[in-house]
Design a protein around this ligand. Structure first.
Ligand code: PMP
Length: 406
């Protein structure tokens, strides 16, 4: 089945507006995705008809919403094929998810001289928490190198892993280049050495089927707002064994079993990691978003986004002086590029005035930019609601940029 893009676009109210008197072309889906009306309606319905703090009340609204929150957890569980719903923890987003694991896992397992492996392709959210942990515990951060195409060098990684390695944390898809990493091999190699792996799924969850059991990852994290869901909600999937063993990150209400002034015992999973009032509205909104994309069919989304990627790659490549940054064999629908002798910010500003939203800069991946010897890139990231006509408009805008600055 192919997608009816014009019909789908009507599901996203924001897409029909104009900016600078031009139809909005939204190519900043890597930063955040737009929300379908069903998600927005769901949130309004909760606030107007169902709102009540969950897990605490014996009254009708509280019990009803607690059930809906727990049902949302089951939707996420099935979506990523987690074995148990208590292995799905709601957080505020990928950043909080990684900080939670870096802190909790680090507290328990990382000591002086130990090593943590990340890759050159990481977003700051998957660098800084590990760096802070290394500073606290006097551990060492090791970084897997990449080739010129923006692909992780598996041979080098294999050489880096050692009895000192305590955890590997890499992204599934690079937000800056769109590279799809061979995380299955990365996990296999780590497991041969009894090392657990965290996968940062912030850029993979929206672009294809993720099966945490098939990957056999120890942790998988993502943000709701990048998968057509609300802001302020994210997920940690963690294997029960690890989540039981590591201490909580945030403490307070809900995550406790019993509190006395002398000692506190912790609640069972998943509540041990959900201190305070969770964003239950956004959690339910996320479940609605997941159900929405499941209705479209992930395989249809993958096929269409590949079509957009191939079309855009071929058109952009034909523009003189344009260099695509990140040419991995396996990519999602994200294209970073630079224009000869034109600063990405200058280009971005002109493209913006044509109603086209692209992102310019280092994409929160400064070390990657340093490795590639560039200041930044212009990044167009496509979603299933984008069209080839919009890509044509981007190419026209680039030609205008070239005329202005060339
Ligand atoms: N990791 C990657 C690969 C990302 O692309 C992002 C968001 N750009 C993050 C982590 C952080 O996600 P959030 O800001 O939603 O916490």
């Amino acid at each position: 089945m192919s997608l009816d893009i014009q019909k789908i676009r009507k599901d996203f109210p924001i897409l029909s507006q104009q900016v600078y008197k031009k139809p909005l072309i939204y190519f900043d889906n890597g930063a955040t995705t737009q929300k379908p009306r069903v998600v927005l309606d769901e949130e309004i319905k909760i606030y107007t008809q169902e709102n009540s703090n969950i897990h605490r009340g014996v009254h009708f609204l509280s019990e009803q919403l607690t059930q809906r929150y727990e049902d949302a957890r089951k939707v996420v569980q099935k979506f990523i094929n987690a074995p148990n719903d208590h292995e799905v923890i709601f957080t505020s987003g990928t950043t909080e998810s990684i900080n939670t694991i870096a802190f909790s896992f680090g507290e328990k397992y990382v000591y002086e001289g130990d090593e943590i492996i990340i890759s050159t392709l990481e977003h700051h959210a998957n660098i800084v928490p590990w760096q802070m942990l290394c500073e606290r515990k006097k551990a060492v951060l090791k970084v897997i190198p990449i080739n010129e195409k923006g692909e992780i060098l598996l041979d080098e990684y294999e050489k880096m892993i050692s009895p000192k390695t305590k955890i590997v944390s890499v992204n599934h898809v690079s937000n800056a280049l769109g590279t799809v990493n061979d995380v299955k091999s990365i996990i296999e190699i780590a497991h041969q050495n009894n090392v657990p792996v965290l996968i940062d799924g912030a850029q993979s969850i929206q672009h294809g089927k993720v099966d945490v059991q098939e990957l056999d990852c120890d942790f998988y994290v993502f943000s709701g707002h990048k998968v057509y869901g609300p802001n302020g909600i994210g997920v940690i999937y963690g294997k029960e064994k690890w989540l039981n063993e590591i201490p909580p990150f945030m403490t307070g209400g809900e995550m406790i079993k019993k509190v006395t002034f002398e000692k506190t015992t912790f609640n069972e999973l998943p509540f041990k990691f959900e201190a305070g009032t969770p964003n239950y509205v956004a959690a339910i909104g996320l479940a609605t978003a997941i159900e929405y994309i499941q209705q479209l069919g992930l395989e249809n989304i993958v096929a269409y986004e590949k079509e957009l990627l191939d079309y855009a790659t071929q058109k952009l490549e034909s523009i003189e002086g344009l260099k695509i940054i990140g040419t991995a064999e396996n990519k999602v629908s994200v294209i970073s590029f630079n224009l000869e002798n034109i600063h990405p910010y200058d280009a971005g500003m002109v493209i913006d005035k044509m109603g086209i939203a692209v992102r310019t800069g280092h994409h929160c991946a400064e070390p990657l930019m340093q490795r590639l010897n560039i200041e930044g890139t212009i990044r167009a990231s496509f979603s299933f609601y984008n069209t080839k006509e919009e890509i044509d408009k981007l190419c026209e805008a680039i030609m205008t940029v070239k005329q202005m600055f060339g």
